[in-house]
Design a protein around this ligand. Structure first.
Ligand code: ARG
Length: 470
């Protein structure tokens, strides 16, 4: 960037960027403290798109000339090229992405560059840029959420008959299929996807036209700008338009919930892969070794995904705290919205991508799952239900089965391994049809209620998700 005469380009010297009122330049420390260009340059494309839409509207409304518009378009095309090629010189003294681009524009095209900001403020400009940027990121996340669900659905499709212990309190509770367990996560990620669609609606509103806070006296056509930028509508109150960041809070909430789901799944993967469970194995490319223990294969990816959840939830807390207590309208505090938001998007994107890949490659060990289910008297409830069907009140049945489990534990055998005569000692109505319900599969197959763990039900879930996910 060539040096330019500060008097012809007020932005070239930031102490004059806002007015001739200032009698001394900003201190270097203050400059560094207040600048955001180091991170908000990431918004450059949204900034240029927003400026072009604004300029086209200004020309259509005869607020600037067709020649000014042509100059602005030419200058912006050059700037976009410079940024893409890494040739653009970002200047800390120009504070942020907006002033950097505007200063370069003025340097390139002169007066037209100075006219671009007519009827606009950085307050409505930055709100617009962040919304445009976030909308594009949301559109990039949507297919990743689909891929995550697909990976789990396809793994589930192969395991509708694979029995594992279902847990409550991490104690073996009842047998469920591995498919059923995975499909629980699909439900969670499906709700996350719904939430994201909903967040997008409120992100996709145009602040431009609010100017600094009160609106503008120029005859702007806000609807035209909204249409050309693909917004669903305009922010209806100028004060709200420049100060609202709840679209970011909502996004961070969505992301936090989604990461919490990822974290729960990660925790299960870590447990399942430990020698004590041995339910699954992960491909080597998702594991790391230990520098001291040669036998180790660690599920680092799952652990990191679990850990990064703290970071995303932290960003939500940071953003909520940032907004709390801010009076209307724009306050410089809002500049602090970007880094947490950027990092939330980056973390969630990378995490979803890697988790979907890793889950698709899970190697299941059905025998280990089945053995674990057998160890925990997982069919005790089925025995109680059997007795109820023979006419016992449920509480009495529950009591009789508790005795049976106690005896089985004492003998170190499963309920199904107790001889019929022993079982009949707990209640005379027990007959040899009892063994059908005492097996893991018998228990699982019996849970035919909609949403239950019977293989037919899991297959129905798989079919429904496949259809939904396309
Ligand atoms: N860099 C600022 C931000 O990110 C842009 C808006 C500045 N507006 C202002 N009046 N200082 O929020």
């Amino acid at each position: 960037m060539t040096a330019s005469n500060p008097s012809s380009n007020p932005l070239a010297n930031k102490s004059q960027a806002w007015s001739a009122l200032f009698s001394e330049p900003m201190s270097e420390l203050v400059q560094r403290y207040t600048a955001s260009v180091g991170f908000d340059k990431r918004l450059w494309r949204a900034d240029i798109d927003g400026s072009l839409a604004h300029a086209r509207m200004l020309a259509a409304q005869s607020i600037i000339s067709a020649q000014d518009l042509a100059d602005i378009e030419r200058g912006m095309a050059q700037i976009a090229g410079e940024i893409e090629r890494g040739e653009f010189t970002w200047k800390l003294e120009l504070e942020d992405v907006h002033l950097n681009i505007e200063a370069r524009l003025t340097e390139l095209v002169g007066l037209a560059g100075k006219r671009l900001h007519t009827g606009r403020s950085r307050n409505d400009q930055v709100a617009t840029d962040v919304r445009l940027w976030l909308r594009a990121e949301i559109d990039g996340l949507t297919p990743l959420l689909v891929a995550m669900q697909r990976a789990l659905v396809e793994l589930a499709a192969q395991h509708t008959d694979t029995v594992m212990p279902g847990f409550t309190h991490l104690q073996v509770a009842q047998p469920v299929s591995f498919a059923h367990h995975l499909l629980a996560y699909v439900e969670m990620f499906a709700r996350d996807a719904e939430r994201l669609v909903d967040v997008r609606k409120r992100v996709n509103r145009l602040p431009l036209g609010a100017a600094a806070l009160a609106g503008t006296s120029y005859p702007l056509d806000r609807e035209a700008v909204a249409r050309s930028l693909g917004f669903d509508g305009v922010c209806e109150n100028s004060l709200d338009a420049v100060s609202d960041r709840d679209f970011a809070l909502e996004f961070a909430s969505f992301a936090s919930i989604c990461m919490v789901h990822v974290s729960r799944l990660s925790e299960e993967i870590v447990l399942w892969m430990s020698q004590n469970f041995g339910f699954i194995d992960l491909a080597d490319r998702y594991c790391t070794g230990s520098s001291i223990m040669p036998q180790k294969r660690n599920p680092d990816v799952a652990e990191l995904a679990r850990g990064k959840t703290g970071r995303v939830v932290g960003h939500l807390m940071g953003l909520l705290t940032l907004m709390k207590g801010q009076p209307l309208t724009y306050n410089k505090d809002n500049q602090e919205d970007k880094e947490p938001l950027f990092d939330t998007v980056d973390t969630l994107r990378d995490t979803l991508r890697i988790m979907a890949e890793m889950c698709a490659g899970i190697v299941v060990k059905p025998e280990a799952m089945e053995r674990a289910a057998l160890r925990g008297y997982a069919t005790a409830t089925d025995l109680a239900d059997y007795l109820v069907k023979k006419g016992l009140p449920f509480r009495d049945a529950h009591e009789a089965v508790a005795h049976a489990v106690k005896v089985a534990i004492g003998q170190g055998v499963d309920l199904a391994q107790l001889p019929l005569a022993t079982l009949q000692g707990f209640h005379p109505s027990i007959a040899d049809d009892v063994f059908a319900v005492l097996t893991l599969r018998g228990s699982m197959n019996a849970r035919q209620v909609r949403g239950g763990t019977a293989p037919e039900q899991a297959r129905a879930q798989v079919a429904r998700h496949r259809q939904r996910l396309g």
